[in-house]
Design a protein around this ligand. Structure first.
Ligand code: NAD
Ligand code: UD1
Length: 336
């Protein structure tokens, strides 16, 4: 079965390609390489023995998409391509709406013309805004506090409307909590450009000596140690969640929504200490003011996904930090 993977050379897309290949699927990767490197394909080949078909191009380019669908008989699309830097989205909102919202609309229009009616979309726990309570269930109210989050929410709503008007489509919205970790081979991992926005890539770069120390954004939250609590999920578990969604939802028309998280919350300082143990070295840090827009606690109720996808995250925190460290220490400068 051929699966079109948009953003397939990116962090989550590349790990999903490996799991797809290992489960007997044929991924066709499209990416404009704005936040990833073609070398990722070499790494996927090194791990699996299969080099995915790659077409470089942009999801906003309908002529390009027409060529992709004409050349390949695609059964389903997993749509990762998007921009994800919250701070940049505040500075350049139109760039985010154009790429993430218009890009998705162009993709869906071209799927429609090509008769491809199965889509899995990368959404985010950011659509829950500042939740009234944790753990978070799929039917909690949604809201957005920045253009990135709003772009995810807009796409969710557009896709819901589209599916209502096209009842034979299957659309699955996967709301990721905090993806971390790397492939166990150490050959693939997260390679942020510039200063990392997210916690674990920053910690990993401190550990490998690329940065002096971590700033911990606030230690006065109403949490056990005062630092922010998140639901960190291993990227390979996350990738497997996509395969479960593909398997279970492809032939079930409707709009399906699932949290992909572990259900466990860990604080910033717990992550730092776990990383210190994995890397066997201290991670210097200093307490800084809270980051604008941050919330105290965010973790999933994963029971709905377990019941309906038959999927559950299995990799623990130690595996997440050990795999991150293997990737970072073997590739101190990422994909160079
Ligand atoms: P990533 O930046 O590593 O991967 C995204 C890929 O999409 C990149 O390779 C980029 O070059 C490509 N891309 C971007 N715009 C494109 C366009 N217009 N046309 C073609 N390719 C384009 O990011 P990721 O962490 O792998 O995230 C994948 C998806 O998951 C994104 O939609 C992101 O918003 C979502 N998500 C990520 C996280 C996270 O923490 N990583 C959390 C929740 C949701
Ligand atoms: C961020 C995004 C969110 C996105 C999510 C997953 C913001 C405001 N939110 O959320 O929209 O869906 O990533 O991609 O950017 N931390 C530090 N020091 C750092 C970095 C982070 O203390 O240098 C803390 C944060 O305050 C937070 C925790 O670590 O408590 C996790 O941060 P991060 O990895 O950025 O994820 P989110 O805050 O969940």
């Amino acid at each position: 079965m051929k699966v079109l993977v948009t953003g397939g050379t990116g962090y989550i897309g590349s790990h999903t390609c490996i799991q797809l290949i290992e489960q007997g699927y044929t991924p066709v990767v499209i990416d404009n390489l704005c936040n990833s490197k073609e070398m990722v394909l070499d790494r996927i080949e090194q791990v699996t023995g299969v080099r995915p078909t790659f077409m470089q191009g942009d999801i906003r380019d309908s002529a390009f998409l027409k060529r992709v669908f004409a050349k390949h008989s695609i059964d389903s699309v997993i749509h990762f391509a998007g921009l994800k830097a919250v701070g940049e989205s505040v500075e350049k909102p139109l760039k985010y709406y154009d790429n993430n919202v218009s890009g998705t609309l162009t993709l869906v229009s071209e799927m429609d013309l090509a008769g491809v009616k199965s889509l899995i979309f990368s959404s985010s726990a950011t659509v829950y805004g500042d939740p009234a309570s944790v753990p978070i269930k799929e039917d909690f109210p949604t809201s957005a506090t920045n253009p990135y989050g709003r772009s995810k929410l807009m796409v969710e709503e557009c896709l819901r409307d589209f599916q209502q008007a096209n009842l034979d489509w299957s659309i699955t919205l996967l709301r990721y909590f905090n993806p971390v970790g790397a492939h166990e081979s150490g050959l693939l991992g997260e390679d942020p450009q510039g200063t990392p926005n997210n916690l674990l890539p920053f910690v990993a770069q401190v550990a490998v000596g690329r940065r002096e120390k971590l700033g911990v954004f606030g230690n006065d939250y109403n949490t056990p140690d005062g630092t922010g609590v998140r639901d960190y999920i291993h990227v390979v578990d996350l990738a497997d969640g996509h395969l479960a969604a593909l398997d279970k939802m492809k032939h079930q028309p409707g709009t399906h929504i699932f949290n992909l998280g572990t259900g466990q919350g860990n604080s910033v300082l717990e992550m730092v200490h776990a990383f210190e143990t994995a890397a066997n070295r201290p991670i210097p840090y200093e307490i800084k003011p809270r980051r604008a827009g941050d919330i105290a606690e965010c973790y999933a109720d994963p029971t709905y996904a377990e019941a309906h996808l038959g999927w559950k995250a299995t990799r623990d925190l130690q595996t997440m930090v050990e795999d991150t460290w293997r990737w970072q220490s073997q590739n101190p400068n990422g994909y160079q």
